[in-house]
Design a protein around this ligand. Sequence first.
Ligand SMILES: [Zn+2]
Length: 120
Amino acid sequence: MRKAKRPPARNCIICGRYFKPKPFAYSQKVCSRKSCREKRKRDNFQNWKKINPDYYKTKNEGNFSEYWRERRKIYRKKNPNCMKNWRKYNRNKYRDYMKKYMKTYRRNSKVKRAVVSSSK
Ligand SMILES: [Zn+2]
């Protein structure tokens, strides 16, 4: 019988304690203590911020939503099939969504028209 390859025990890169990684997490570098897990999460986030410095910059500059709207536009242009496929696989959801959307749209345009005609 072959034994599953178990990851060797090692030292935690944060607290330095010797620990046995979980068998399904072969490259685990941090032990399972809560403080170490949280620190690892924070470190990952800091690294991510270093890699994506523009993400929070645009937020602080105040045009955060505009920036992401542009990004979505670019994404849609690059992947025109994305929305098509989504609609194909979520046809019922999409239909419900459009029904609701058109309902509110019509109601809003009616209100607008009423306001315009009453002001004349
Ligand atoms: Zn640790």
